[in-house]
Design a protein around this ligand. Sequence first.
Ligand code: EPU
Length: 336
Amino acid sequence: MKQFEHYSLQAYNSFGLDVEARYFVEYESVADIQELLQSGLLNGKRVLAMGGGSNLLFLDQFNGVVLHSGIVGIEEKEHDADFVTLRIGSGTEWDAVCAYAAAHNLGGIENLSGIPGETGAAAVQNIGAYGVEIKDVITAVETIALENGKQCYFTNANCNYGYRDSIFKQSEKGKHLVTAIEIKLCCKPVINREYGALNDYLCNKGHCEIADLREAVIAIRNTKLPDPKKLGNAGSFFKNPVIPLKEFEVLRNEYPTMPSYSVGSEWMKIPAAWLIEQSGWKGKNLGNAGVYEKQPLVLVNRGVRSGKEIAALANAVIKSVEEKFGIALEPEVNFI
Ligand code: EPU
């Protein structure tokens, strides 16, 4: 177990903000966590469990204990003719898991290639891209309950997964450290290239392997999403809003080109990127916080001194979209 005081989180948040954690602990095993809980270090302090920090916005220094998983590794738990179950340490880079799957021609997560962050956080956040969510492959999430140090095992159904949502963001928020997850991948994968942009990219290619899809997804992401190592950002800053069909019909009369995707028979999902662009924010800055020119769903750090400047831009964007469309955008990023 590694423990530090007054520790810079600059390398641990993809906005690249130079904030400090009063305490920073990296645990490498379940035993480490249990020892930490017994030590009393957490008593009476704010506790933040974080992965790669690719979905966090620090508004200030963190006067508490940041806990980071150093439990890494991918192991094969079960294998039959059709499926492989992998057990993955929560601190493993998520994209390393996608690379492993592609190298072994295992299907299910190739569309989730290139997403920054670590495996534990990916399972909490239910990451998604190109028509796939991690919940589609998760069979279990293993945690330690902070309250009593007990090991817990959540089946997929127990995780209450929704769009960028899980039980770990609702009733169990702040109560667990994820130690490992299990995912079930397909040994005889069916290639799913239905998503428009993927199909366009692969149009000249006949037969495709999982590795080809992974390569295509990464190439598409690179054209639209900024590399956090070069320009601080947290991927999509807002969720795509889902509005009642009746409300959508009224809006569509006024904005006939508004894109939309139906969600069941009563709801419509509207791309937040389109709403933000129509509200005039694409490529605009507020101080040193910016709305990315190639994908307005992404807010970028162009040299802010505090996360509060990015929050101010987010609030200005929310206000504009609300005034123009009557839709309240909700951040996908967690404010700390
Ligand atoms: N659009 C515009 N203007 C733009 C860009 C996009 O109007 O400048 C509209 C277009 O109508 C486009 C639509 O937005 O068809 C959707 O854009 P895109 O397919 O790029 O996906 P998204 O809805 O913006 C979501 C996820 C991404 C994920 C992509 C690809 C959310 C909040 N975001 O973005 O996830 O990679 O789909 O599947 O659901 C993330 O969560 O960090 C993330 C990047």
